[in-house]
Every structure is written in C-alpha cells, then in structure tokens.
Design a protein around this ligand. Structure first.
Ligand code: 5AD
Ligand code: SF4
Length: 446
C-alpha cells in the first residue's frame, strides 16, 4: 500500500481525529490522494450520532462492493466502535475497523494490514489517555483544533457517544499549552478547544486546572488572537467560564450550550442532569456579562414521551433565550442507549411537524437578531473568498458569518485587484450593512 484516501463524517472531534490520522499515515510513508479510485487504502472516519449519519458509511462501502479489487478498506470512528466486528460480516471487503480510542495503535494496525491481515480491529475502550501525535496534518492554515478532553462520562438517554468514544480522558495542561504555543509559533491565529464535554476538563497533573483556568491560559498565549471552545454541557458550565470571557477579549464571545429540550420533565427523561431553571441560570450569567455573548444550542424534537405541552415549552424557551443560531434534530433511536426502553415514541410525521415549526420560529428570531447588528462595526477574520457573490468570507468573534467587499481587494489574485492578495487569514473592521437569517454582510472600514 502506498496511497490512501480518507473521507470524514460527523463533528469537529472527528474532523480533528482525521487530521491526526492523516499525519500518522504520512509519517509512515503513505501518500494522500483525492479520490478513492486512486487509493490503495480507503478510510471512512464515521459518525453514528443519528441513524442517517450511520447509513452514509454503508452506502459508501456498498459503492465499492463489486469493485474493491486491490484495495484495502477501513472503517474508523464512531460506527466502527459501535458496530465492531459485525462490520466485517456486513461489508466483507473491509479489513480494518478501529474506534477513536485505538488510533494510537494505528501504526501497528497498518503493519498487520501490510502483512495481509484481513480482519484487523482496534476496539478497546479501556484507554486512559487521549490520542496525541506530533504529526497532526492540519487542514486549515489559520484556525487549529486542539483536543483537550476525549470521551464522555455522562449518560444522556439518547446518545451513543459514551459507547463510541469511551470514558473521559483529559490531557495535561502543559501538553495543551505547549501545543497552543507551538501553533502560535507556526502562525495560527485562532484555536478551537475541543471535547465532547469540553468544560468537564480536569487537568490530571497536580496543577489541577479546571476548564476556565485552561481557557484563560490558552487565551494568554502570545500570538493567538481568538480562542473558541466546543461543546459545553450545561451541568458543568460554571460562571468562571463567563468571567474568563469577560476578562480576556481573545476568548470569543460565543458559547454553544446545548439545551436539547425546554421541558424539565423531558430533560429528566433524557437524563440531562439539569432542569430548565438551572439552564436558564447559565443563560442569565451570559446575558449579564459585560461582553455581548452570542448563545447557540442544539435541540432534539420528538424525544419519547414529548407531548405537545413539552414541545411548547421548547418554543417558549426559544423566545426567552433568543438564540443566535441553533442546530435541531428529530430524535433518532440509537443502539445501546437507554431511551430505547422508553415508551411513547413520537410518530415520525409528528417529529417532522415539530421540527419545521421550531426551525421557522428560530429563523424569525435570527433575522431579528442579525438585523440588530446593522450599522455596527465588527472585526472579521477572513476564511476565504466567494467567487459567486464577489465577497470575502469572514467570521466575527461571536461566530457569525460576516461577508464583505473590500474596495482595494476585489478578489484573490484575479488581476482585478490592486494587490491581487488573498486576504484569507487577515483581520478587518467591517461595517455591517445587511443582515440575513444566517449571515451578515458589510463593507470594510479603512
Ligand atoms: N437523535 C437525535 N439527535 C441527537 N443528538 C445526539 N443524539 C441524538 C439522537 N439520538 C443531537 C444532540 C447533540 C447533537 C450533537 O446531536 O442535540 O447535542
Ligand atoms: Fe458523530 Fe458523536 Fe461520534 Fe462526533 S462523537 S462523530 S457527533 S457520533
């Protein structure tokens, strides 16, 4: 095997795991190619958070069922961990199945594959360390992910993550800070701290940093201009985190705090470990902060037993919080999870109806909230250029997309510009002139 192809599904943790897997493969002498047809080794880093995500990987594997000669296939990530060796039965052309807790063993597994191994598996979850490698091949030249904690010790009734990513393992604070300093030295301006429950972080060294302390320390690394973090669990969300954001403008004024439901009885059935009131207390801290913190969330509609009255409480919560953005999902039954045993599953059509109502309500809220930004000046960090609209693609500290035109830079290196420069990775003050439901648009302030 000389070449590999990898496709990644799912969350940022998976995206970053792939960066580490790619780096590991490159360091072992493999070369990455852009198409599966060209590769000797085809890898899928998979997600199993909802049934639809899981089905995607089996579709991909089916595409190659008849034409897999000479190739080695591997399934990594959450579907690998969840389905384990059953994958070898379901897709006999797959030779490697490995969950994220086993990536440190990838070099050994590659040796087994090279030796002709046809059922190589890395499925143990009793790993007490997060996967670290010096070879991470980062995809984005300006924004870097750093995993600070892996796994999850909660047991939300709907969620596969504790089964697919295993128990919580925090990295040491020196290793996180060394990585942040190294990234700053390499020129990265933005760092995103990752963890399934990032704020459950607990430094295993005697220094014993909690998440707020770690956040403050990363925010003090010279050269880093923005620090984000995701995802926070409301139960472990302490006021110190807000105080840290208030104290240091490098820490982005955005918090993603998944609520899942606005009904305390559904939250209890979900085993979320907080009530609606407790969640609202955290929202109040953010609203009382000195900085204007944008708040986003995740919501599941149609959890077993969710009545119309429960759903109305979720709608009322949207009115109360005024989220800047949210991700919403129809409840999907997942293997191993305790919600499978609950009665009163909500019919699929009803879930669809609730999802549509929720999304329409949120759209109106976002249009209103975004329009409040018109006339203000925001700092945009440029991610790229949109040739279709002729705008630079930027993002504010609050994580809102802010696209803008620049009179001296009409586009990257297209001859129509004064300098022809690509502005990706640069910072501009932008006056917001227009607002849509999902983005802002404006003009650079020179
Ligand atoms: N069904 C639907 N949505 C789910 N999520 C997690 N598990 C499920 C499930 N079984 C959603 C939650 C979580 C987000 C990442 O995915 O809202 O916060
Ligand atoms: Fe999907 Fe969850 Fe696994 Fe991320 S951790 S890839 S969201 S199942």
């Amino acid at each position: 095997m000389q070449t590999f192809y990898i496709e990644t599904f799912g969350c940022q943790m998976n995206a970053h795991d792939s960066e580490k897997v790619i780096g590991t493969l490159l360091s072992e002498g493999y070369r990455q190619v852009a198409k599966p047809e060209e590769a000797d080794l085809v890898l899928y880093n998979t997600c199993s958070i909802r049934d639809k995500a899981e089905q995607k990987v089996f579709h991909r594997l089916d595409e190659f069922k008849r034409n897999s000669q000479g190739k080695v296939f591997g399934v990594l990530g959450c579907v690998a961990q969840q389905e384990g060796e059953r994958i070898f039965e379901r897709a006999p052309h797959v030779s490697l199945v490995a969950g994220s807790a086993s990536y440190a063993k990838l070099p050994e597994m590659l040796v087994q594959l090279e030796a002709g191994g046809r059922r190589v598996a890395g499925l143990s979850l009793d790993n007490d360390q997060a996967f670290e490698t010096p070879f991470t091949k980062r995809d984005n030249p300006h924004r870097a992910y750093i995993t600070v904690i892996e796994g999850c010790d909660k047991s939300c009734a709907y969620c596969v993550v504790p089964f697919t990513r295993g128990p919580e393992r925090s990295r040491t604070s020196p290793s996180v800070l060394d990585e942040a300093r190294e990234l700053a030295r390499m020129g990265y301006a933005e760092i995103q701290l990752l963890g399934q429950n990032v704020n459950s972080y607990r430094d295993p060294t005697p220094a014993g940093f909690d998440f707020a302390r770690l956040l403050r320390s990363v925010g003090e690394v010279a050269g880093i201009r923005r620090v984000r973090f995701t995802t926070s669990h409301p139960r472990d969300f302490v006021k110190d985190i807000i105080d840290a954001i208030d104290d240091n403008p490098v820490l982005c004024n955005h918090v993603h705090l998944p609520v899942q439901s606005g009904s305390s009885s559904i939250l209890e059935r979900m085993q979320r470990l907080y009530t609606r009131d407790e969640y609202m207390r955290r929202i109040d801290w953010m609203k009382q902060a000195r900085r204007n913190i944008s708040i986003t969330t995740d919501i599941i509609v149609g959890f077993p037993g969710e009545t119309e009255a429960d759903f109305d409480q979720t709608l009322a919560l949207l009115d109360e919080v005024q989220y800047d953005s949210l991700f919403s999902f129809k409840y999907s039954r997942r293997p191993n999870t305790s919600a499978l045993e609950l009665a009163d599953h909500v019919p699929e059509e009803e879930k669809s109806r609730r999802l549509a109502i929720l999304q329409e309500k949120q759209r109106a809220i976002q249009i209103r909230r975004n329009s409040e930004a018109v006339g203000t000046i925001e700092e945009a960090f440029v991610e790229g250029y949109n040739h279709a609209t002729g705008q630079w693609i930027g993002r504010t500290s609050q994580n809102r997309p802010l696209n803008f035109v620049h009179p001296q830079h009409a586009g990257p290196g297209d001859g129509a510009t004064l300098s022809g420069a690509n502005l990706a990775g640069t910072w501009w003050n932008v006056r917001v002139t227009r607002a849509g439901a999902n983005s802002l648009a404006g003009e650079v302030v020179l």
